[in-house]
Design a protein around this ligand. Structure first.
Ligand code: 2P0
Length: 325
């Protein structure tokens, strides 16, 4: 009972920032992302009758501790749905997500694990069912089931039955690109999981964040459908700044930004003043992702590489959803 699946990571343009239920991973706001073709995870899940526990090998190294626990607990969900509670698996994953680029490999990781695991155990899930299940491994992963633009609808139900991602526009709809700007020093002090929890619980700015999401989503979807780059980029950049503002008012306060993070942000804004459309977004870490159009690729790459404190710039196109190998 063996299957292999590949999933790409995604970058949120409207961020997921905060949970209303930690165990089921239910968010306090809907979010929207672009799946990227440059960064992906390939996972093989092999359920075997004679195994006494799961085994998880990542990039040829056996994994233990917290990362192992998250994988086995996720496989427990799959076993429960399939009614095969005592069937354990050999899991082999390869990450083609440069860790230094600051993309959450948990997004592509849990999407690939969900797809390979359910197929290997003989379940036939729709994309929506697969997204709902994937959400329980890592929130942002539920958006990686789809290529191009996807929206994670937060839902209202306490059991999470209406919280899953839906496709907004496929990768072919629009050739929009992302430059991942890698900083020389990228130590992350607050994980996204604990950072969002602290913000929800203590930041007085948090309610302001939540209140503005429905309108951001409405407007960015219009902009994406119309292929309006200025509108899409400016909504994404403002949404990112709003998310990061909530952390400054948390108790204790924190920020994911470094001095170089701000230098990159300023450079992007200067590029716009000089007539090159580019917009930034930043996740729960110091690296910056820059949205741009193909005709400006050379210019964007050169300008970003020249910023002191930047060690690499990795370019990516829009990517496809889950595939089975
Ligand atoms: C996002 N981030 O929408 C946001 C923006 C970080 C900033 O999703 O606890 O690893 O596993 O659900 O998905 C990172 O959080 O958190 C994240 P869990 P996840 O991409």
């Amino acid at each position: 009972m063996k299957a292999t699946a590949k999933a790409h990571t995604n970058i949120a343009l409207i961020k997921y920032w905060g949970k209303r239920d930690d165990a089921l991973i239910l968010p306090t706001n809907s979010s929207l992302s672009l799946t990227l073709d440059g960064f992906y995870t390939t996972t093989t899940v092999d359920f075997q009758e004679d195994l006494l526990q799961d085994r998880f090998i990542l990039d040829n190294q056996p994994v233990e501790g917290e990362a192992y626990r998250r994988v086995t607990e996720f496989l427990d969900l799959i076993r429960r749905i399939a009614g095969k509670e005592n069937l354990y698996a050999d899991v082999h994953s390869t990450n083609d997500v440069p860790t230094a680029a600051g993309f959450a490999s948990s997004a592509s990781g849990f999407a690939a694990l969900a797809a390979a695991g359910t197929k290997a155990i003989g379940l036939e899930l729709s994309d929506r069912e697969l997204s709902r299940l994937t959400r329980q491994g890592s929130g942002s992963a539920c958006r990686s089931i789809y290529g191009g633009f996807a929206e994670w609808e937060m839902g209202n139900n306490a059991d999470g039955s209406d919280s899953y991602a839906v496709p907004i526009a496929p990768a072919e709809h629009w050739d929009i690109r992302v430059a991942a700007v890698v900083l020389s020093s990228t130590m992350k002090k607050v994980s996204s999981r604990s950072g969002m929890k602290r913000t929800v619980e203590t930041s007085p700015f948090y309610s302001g964040w939540v209140d503005t999401i429905p309108n951001d989503l409405l407007e960015i979807k219009e902009a994406i459908h119309a292929k309006d780059f200025e509108k899409t980029g400016s909504i994404a950049e403002a949404n990112c700044l709003k998310m990061h503002a909530t952390t400054l008012a948390a108790d204790p306060p924190f920020t994911y930004w470094h001095d170089t993070t701000m230098r990159v942000m300023q450079t992007v804004q200067e590029m716009r003043e000089n007539g090159i459309p580019a917009y930034f977004t930043i996740d729960a870490g110091p690296n910056v992702k820059v949205l741009y159009l193909p005709e400006n690729e050379e210019n964007i790459k050169k300008t970003l590489r020249n910023i002191p404190g930047v060690s690499d710039v990795i370019l990516s196109k829009s990517g496809s959803g889950i595939s089975y190998l």
